[in-house]
Design a protein around this ligand. Structure first.
Ligand SMILES: [Zn+2]
Length: 424
């Protein structure tokens, strides 16, 4: 492992560069993620008319435990006077287990930290002095991007939960170009620049990718953040084409397909051959489900075999369906407008399901189609009016990226390592 300072103009607070030589490869793909993640963070936010106590109940915290937690919370703040939208982070060691820590943002600068003690809960008020810095990360991949970033020695100072978030960011930006769970292979390389807001304890408050490169099977993919004048920020390739599509590849982050789209399969419950005109994603009960595209909720109810189901109508005759849910996001109703990536419900096993999973369907003009197989419509490129500014921003952000060790460096390193091996 090497750490190096990259000489760059401007504010440069943190530099992490890792050759990732000491890591022990694992043979697993993304499945290992759930096994190795040290904590599961369930992020929720208070909406209007919902008390902190109700939110905890929704998160599965009952009676005595919840009362004890509220008692500890009251030592720091009034649970009845919390702002709508306040973020609550419920930390568990594993899905399904009782929470071990809960953080509640009071405002931008203060949070209440609740920790499970021998009996009941303890609380403390934490004053946040956040700092913004830039994180530079580069490495090569031995098995999966997840293990590569988890094992990246240069990221020693970055908490594991934040590294998991970084993988999530990359996955979200590159989801339309690369399937991280299937296409990533040994010898692929990554480098990215992340703008980070940091709490005093070193944990990431928020992180945004400024620029990223992923080299997969010899082909380089780029994503550069840019803020068009009249549109929300997005990510573009070097030619200014949007890397985003009108639909997410999958409704659950970092998830795995357990059953694909087919016109004929043997149904485990019905015990007969039947078409499966959707895609199943394996996930634990309670995992958030995101709307894959922006649109309007046209069904939120019970649909026989589907169990609790949501249908969202999108422009151009598209419709998406999310089935077997354990529940919906609070406030969601028929007629609600949803945006891409918005959490609309939670994984369950209602209706005809042998275990918790999400059944996802996409329809065009009333016909079911395979959401994995179709070419999803692209979002708009950089607007012509912003082209000059885009080129400046792109070049500047690309320079940051290219200052990091890239594919050539890692190729040389691997060759050296092989030579050293055969010498010994
Ligand atoms: Zn299904």
């Amino acid at each position: 492992m090497l750490s190096a300072s990259v000489p760059l103009a401007g504010a440069l607070a943190v530099v992490f560069v890792s050759w990732n030589r000491d890591s022990v490869p694992e043979a697993d793909g993304l499945d290992a993620l759930y096994a190795t993640a040290p904590e599961v963070v369930d992020v929720r936010s208070l909406s209007a008319g919902v008390t902190f106590g109700q939110l905890l109940e929704d998160a599965g915290m009952g009676g005595t435990d919840r009362n004890s937690l509220l008692l500890a919370f009251r030592e720091q703040a009034n649970p009845r006077r919390m702002r709508s939208g306040a973020e609550v982070r419920i930390v568990r060691r594993r899905w399904g287990e009782d929470p071990v820590r809960i953080e509640v943002d009071l405002d931008r600068d203060r949070l209440v930290r609740l920790e499970r003690a021998r009996s009941g809960w303890t609380s403390s008020l934490v004053e946040l002095v956040t700092t913004t810095d830039t994180v530079f990360v580069a490495g090569d991949i031995r098995s999966s991007l997840w293990t590569a970033i988890l094992d990246n020695g240069g990221l020693g100072g970055v908490p594991l939960a934040d590294r998991r978030q970084m993988v999530g960011r990359l996955d979200r930006v590159f989801q339309w170009q690369i399937d991280f769970s299937r296409q990533i292979r040994e010898g692929d390389t990554y480098r990215f620049v992340l703008e980070r807001e940091r709490r005093p304890d070193g944990s990431m408050r928020s992180g945004q990718l400024l620029a990223a490169e992923l080299v997969n099977a010899g082909r380089a993919y780029y994503a550069i953040r840019f803020e068009p004048s009249d549109e929300p920020q997005s990510w573009f390739d070097l030619e200014g084409q949007s890397v985003r599509r009108a639909f997410l590849m999958k409704p659950i982050e970092l998830s795995r397909i357990s059953s694909g789209f087919t016109n004929s399969r043997f149904h485990p419950i019905l015990q007969r051959w039947r078409a499966h005109r959707g895609v199943d994603y394996a996930a634990n009960s309670g995992t958030p489900v995101q709307a894959t595209g922006s649109g309007v909720v046209v069904r939120r109810g019970w649909g026989d075999a589907y169990g609790r189901v949501i249908d969202v109508r999108h422009p151009n005759g598209f419709l998406t369906r999310y089935a077997h849910l354990s529940g919906w996001a609070r406030g969601l109703a028929v007629g609600s407008r949803v945006t891409q990536g918005q959490v609309i419900g939670y994984v369950g096993m209602t209706g005809l399901a042998t275990g918790p999973h999400l059944h996802y369907e996409m329809h065009v003009g009333g016909r079911p189609i395979d959401p994995i197989a179709i070419d999803l419509p692209a979002e708009d490129p950089v607007p012509a009016a912003d082209m000059a500014r885009w080129e400046r921003v792109r070049d500047q952000r690309l320079r940051l990226l290219l200052g990091l060790p890239g594919p050539e460096t890692f190729r040389e390193r691997r060759t050296e390592a092989r030579v050293a091996d055969s010498d010994g």
